[in-house]
Design a protein around this ligand. Structure first.
Ligand SMILES: Cc1ncc(COP(=O)(O)O)c(C=O)c1O
Length: 392
């Protein structure tokens, strides 16, 4: 490997949400954090050099994307996923969650149904409720450690609950599902037939494991793009979420006009200059680093899978097909959600994202963030095993 992902970099004292907020958020500072989707790897020097160059200039005024921004975007999309976008389709935003909030205001009316597929990234549900829309959940089916979509239920609920938009997570956080082309086309067909805006969050699309292929919704047939809004950013792939930049890509002119109007009403004008700079550097120079990163994370996933099978036989590891998050089912231990939280926090001294936040039915699951050096994963697994061993 050209890059060293084993290096431990101390992030404490850098105003880092993951490491510096234990006291504020959990009332203690002794937990190993594997919660928020934020990785502990340093960007490669070739990307940092571009950022340094920009900082050295010393002036950080207003900005807007120029041709080289869209060239970088299309370089990444075309070399990795086989599509390009027209720059006119792209509106910048202060993150994906921001774009999703604005979209709900733009595409739906108060009281309208907006669908999610739980367990799913919880800010989707918050965005729906915060905007006075009706949360309609088409729960993913969970059988034998695998997740799938009940398409009949989806269509029924769309019709019965006046659903006007669907927020689709592709790949799916937290279950690690990489949806196939067939599944995505089926959803697109249901949305088109029922006049539902398909809001697709592809932020995890660069983390795809062997045997799986990412199919971007931008590669759907033209007719499906009429009601498509795609949310994309280098935020997860390069861990630049703190630079708050995102691309909201809407091919249809009328739909885009609605988004732009709501975006203006939200008071957004120009993007973050460092976010823009980072996107250009990452997308033009980061391909090799990402390839190695995904391979490294796949190694972390395999480690956890084997460790759980060997040491925590009552826990069920949901095999991820992508993302750097793993989803583990602890229901086999017969604990209540409060007891599970006690084991994870007080005994294992881990800070995870409890399954409860992703939906009511998954309170006995935990999400682990494996975007960290292998030795950290090993330490976390050791703490987890010791905590569960003490139970029996
Ligand atoms: C599926 C998904 N969408 C969006 C985000 C956050 O995006 P942003 O920081 O650009 O708002 C995350 C972060 O974990 C995520 O997992």
């Amino acid at each position: 490997m050209k890059y060293n992902f084993d290096e431990i970099i101390d992030r404490r004292g850098t105003d880092c949400l993951k490491y510096d907020f234990g006291m504020k958020r959990k009332g203690r500072n002794d937990l190993l954090p594997m919660w928020v989707a934020d990785m502990d790897f340093r960007l490669p020097q070739e990307i940092l050099d571009d950022l340094h160059k920009r900082i050295e200039h010393g002036i950080f005024g207003y900005t807007d994307p120029l041709d080289d921004y869209f060239e970088a975007l299309n370089h990444w999309f075309s070399t990795r996923y086989g599509y390009t976008v027209d720059p006119a389709w792209v509106t910048l935003g202060a993150g994906l969650v921001y774009g999703i909030h604005v979209s709900i205001q733009a595409f739906t009316e108060p009281g309208d149904g907006v669908m999610v597929m739980q367990p799913v990234y919880y800010p989707f549900s918050e965005a729906i409720k915060n905007n006075g829309r009706k949360l309609v959940n088409c729960q993913l089916c969970y059988r034998d450690g695998h997740y799938s979509i009940d398409f009949e239920k989806m269509e029924q609920e769309i019709r019965g609950e006046n659903v006007r938009a669907l927020i689709f997570c592709s790949p799916h956080n937290p279950v690690g599902k990489v949806w196939t082309r067939e599944e995505i086309e089926r959803i697109a067909e249901i949305c088109l037939a029922n006049d539902v805006i398909m809001m697709v969050d592809e932020i995890h699309c660069d983390f795809i494991f062997p045997g799986h292929k990412f199919f971007s919704c931008m590669c759907l047939e033209e007719k499906y793009r009429k009601n498509l809004a795609l949310y994309s950013s280098p935020g997860k792939t390069f861990n630049v979420a703190g630079l708050q930049s995102a691309n909201i890509i809407i091919p249809d002119e009328a739909l885009r006009a609605k988004y732009k109007k709501a975006n203006t009403m939200a008071g957004y004008s120009q993007a973050n200059i460092m976010g823009q700079e980072a996107l250009k550097a990452c997308y033009m120079k980061g391909a090799d680093w990402v390839d190695e990163l995904v391979e490294y994370i796949w190694g972390n996933v395999q480690y956890v899978k084997e460790f759980i099978a060997a040491n925590l036989p009552k826990a069920k590891f949901v095999e991820p097909e992508g993302t750097y998050l793993v989803w583990i089912d602890f229901s086999g231990y017969g604990l209540t959600p409060e007891e599970l939280e006690h084991v994870i926090v007080d005994e294992a001294k881990l800070w995870l994202d409890s399954g409860a936040i992703f939906g009511a039915e998954t309170a006995l699951f935990e999400r682990f963030n494996l975007g960290c050096p292998r030795s950290v994963v090993e330490q976390a697994m050791k703490q987890l095993k010791e905590a569960f061993d003490r139970l029996s």
